[in-house]
Structures are given as structure tokens and as C-alpha cells.
Design a protein around this ligand. Structure first.
Ligand code: FES
Ligand SMILES: [Fe+2]
Length: 331
């Protein structure tokens, strides 16, 4: 197996929003592996290779029986969430041979997402997101889509404090290409790093629709947190105390593409700022990022050679350094 994909295995990754897992099994790709995930009769979740142990049909094309088992669409073998084959219709009176059972992966529902870990022992727990669980913030379901770029580039872009001025023109009117100083430097945490840095902008119509502040220019407080290996939270506080918390995961599908899962938590109400205006603003913003990221070399390599990082790229340099530790083959 590919050594880098293997190093990325012992972590939890969100693979799709929980609300998308309905009465049908879903196909997802994680670290080069085709998987099927589904919800059994009692609500428990299952994750298996999307390949039947009989003759390799895609189980995601099958159906979930009333007993909660996943039935293969080709010849009807049925698998329980622990991966055991429980029905082999062609020989109902014989014991099911050991080789007919499939391997089940670790799967959990948390923060409104379905999480899978391909390894026996995850190196880090599913990240805690206190604001997603305190009941004080409304949630806006954002984006679930595939980007043709490295997931490391997506997270690095979230730690990049100097691209806004150039990339987000028209959506964000950033006052200067020189970043404001970081407040308190970078702190290393048990599962990544965090730092705070403000962003000063003139208010565009698109931004005003999500802030409802009325000021001509704003100082946005930004608290950024990297959650190893491929998660990021960004807490934005505007002068009127409105707060938006952006939660982003970039999940490696293969060497060329990643799944983007992004949602929002806000401390205001729909009547004040509509979810539609938040999504419209964010759509414009992330499409600008996406154009840059998809035009970069797509390789999954977390340590791309031949780049020349400067002082302002410190969070990215630190992330790359810490990744060496998180992705070490022996922990
Ligand atoms: S390929 Fe699945 S039952 Fe035959
Ligand atoms: Fe950006």
C-alpha cells in the first residue's frame, strides 16, 4: 500500500453529513479506498469496503433490509454492521465460511457528521467542537463537495493570513497586503496549533449582508485552530459581537482530490442574518480559494519541495513541522 496513505490511516475523518445517510447505503472514498456506509435498523452505523466478498459487486448499489443488514445487489449476500455475512441465499442450510465475512471499519456519528477511521487504533480522538455542542449557536449546513487538490493545501489556505488581500478581491476588501501582527504567537495544542490574528477590511455589500454592522470598515477578530491532521476551525468575531465559527475538514479521497466538509455556527438569529446570505457570501469566497488551490500541483505530499516560506507563513511552517510528528509511522 502507498506509504503516505498508510501514514494517514490512524485518524478519524468525516466522510459525509449525517443527514445524508438515509434509507440507502452511501458510497464514499477515503484514502484511496472505496467504502460503503449505512445505517442499520437500530440506527447503528456500518462501514465496509464497497466490494462484496463474493464476486466484488459494489455493495453501495444494494439495499438495507428491514433487519438492518446490507444486501448485495448481485446475488443477495447480506452483511451486518460488524462485517459478518449473515445471509448466503444460494446455500441457506450450510454454515457461512469464514472467508465470506467482510472487515468492518470504525464508524461514529459526531457533530452532525459521519466519521470513519480505517486503522484499529486512532492516534487522536474525534476533535471536540464545544461550540457545536453548547446549544447556543445555530448551525448552518455549508458545503460537501469534491475538490481536485491536496487536502493539505486546503488546510494551509485556512492558516494563510496573507492571501485575502489578493485572492478575495470583490468579496472582501482587505485594507493592506501586510498582515496585522499575530496576537500572542502560535500555541501548540495536543491536537495541532492555534493563533489569533485580526483582519481589517472595508465593508463590501456581500460582507455587510453577513455582519449587519453598518460600519464602513471593520476589524474582524480571527481565532484559528488547526486540528491534525486535516481539520480547521476559524472563529470570527465582529465589532457588534456577532460571531461566526467556521468548521472545515478536508478529507483525502486519493492522491488527486479531497472531500470538503464545511459548516457554520453563529450566535445570531435567522431574522438578523439569513443562512442564505451567509452561504452566498461563503460560496463566493471559497470559490476564489478553490480556483487557486485547484491550479496548484495536486499531489497529496504534506511537505511539498522547493517552496520558500516567509515570516508571515509561520503557521504553515509550524503545521508542516508538527505533521512530521503526527504522521510518524511509530507513535
Ligand atoms: S457479488 Fe455480492 S452476492 Fe455476489
Ligand atoms: Fe481564502
Amino acid at each position: 500500500m502507498d506509504p503516505l496513505l498508510q501514514r494517514l490511516e490512524p485518524f478519524w475523518y468525516p466522510v459525509l453529513p449525517l443527514e445524508q445517510l438515509g434509507a440507502e447505503p452511501a458510497a464514499v472514498t477515503l484514502l484511496g479506498r472505496a467504502l460503503v456506509v449505512w445505517r442499520g435498523a437500530d440506527g447503528q452505523l456500518g462501514a465496509l469496503d464497497d466490494r462484496c466478498r463474493h464476486r466484488s459487486a459494489a455493495l453501495s448499489g444494494g439495499h438495507i433490509g428491514s433487519e438492518g443488514h446490507l444486501h448485495c445487489p448481485y446475488h443477495g449476500w447480506a452483511f451486518a454492521i460488524d462485517g459478518r455475512c449473515r445471509l448466503l441465499p444460494q446455500q441457506p442450510d450450510q454454515p457461512i465460511p469464514e472467508r465470506c465475512h467482510s472487515k468492518a471499519y470504525r464508524i461514529q456519528a459526531r457533530h452532525g457528521l459521519v466519521w470513519v477511521c480505517l486503522a484499529e487504533e486512532p492516534r487522536l480522538p474525534i476533535p471536540a467542537l464545544p461550540l457545536a455542542e453548547d446549544g447556543l449557536h445555530r448551525r448552518i449546513q455549508g458545503f460537501h463537495e469534491t475538490w481536485q487538490c491536496s487536502p493539505f493545501r486546503v488546510i494551509e489556505n485556512g492558516l494563510d493570513n496573507i492571501h485575502h488581500y489578493f485572492v478575495h478581491r470583490g468579496v472582501l476588501d482587505v485594507l493592506s497586503p501586510v498582515p496585522d501582527p499575530m496576537e500572542g504567537g502560535i500555541s501548540v495544542t495536543a491536537d495541532g496549533l492555534k493563533f489569533s490574528i485580526p483582519l481589517r477590511v472595508n465593508t463590501t455589500a456581500a460582507l455587510e449582508a453577513t455582519v449587519a454592522d453598518g460600519s464602513a470598515s471593520l476589524r474582524v477578530e480571527r481565532h484559528v485552530r488547526w486540528l491534525a491532521p486535516l481539520g480547521l476551525t476559524l472563529e470570527l468575531t465582529w465589532p457588534n459581537d456577532r460571531r461566526q465559527y467556521i468548521v472545515l475538514f478536508a478529507v483525502p479521497r486519493d492522491h488527486q482530490s479531497c472531500t470538503i466538509l464545511r459548516f457554520y455556527l453563529r450566535n445570531d438569529r435567522e431574522q438578523e442574518v439569513s443562512a442564505a446570505s451567509v452561504i452566498a457570501f461563503e460560496r463566493a469566497l471559497i470559490d476564489q480559494d478553490r480556483r487557486i488551490l485547484e491550479a496548484m500541483p495536486a499531489g497529496l505530499d504534506p511537505w511539498p519541495p522547493g517552496e520558500h516560506l516567509i515570516e508571515a507563513d509561520q503557521p504553515i511552517a509550524r503545521m508542516r513541522q508538527l505533521l512530521q510528528k503526527f504522521l510518524a509511522t511509530s507513535s
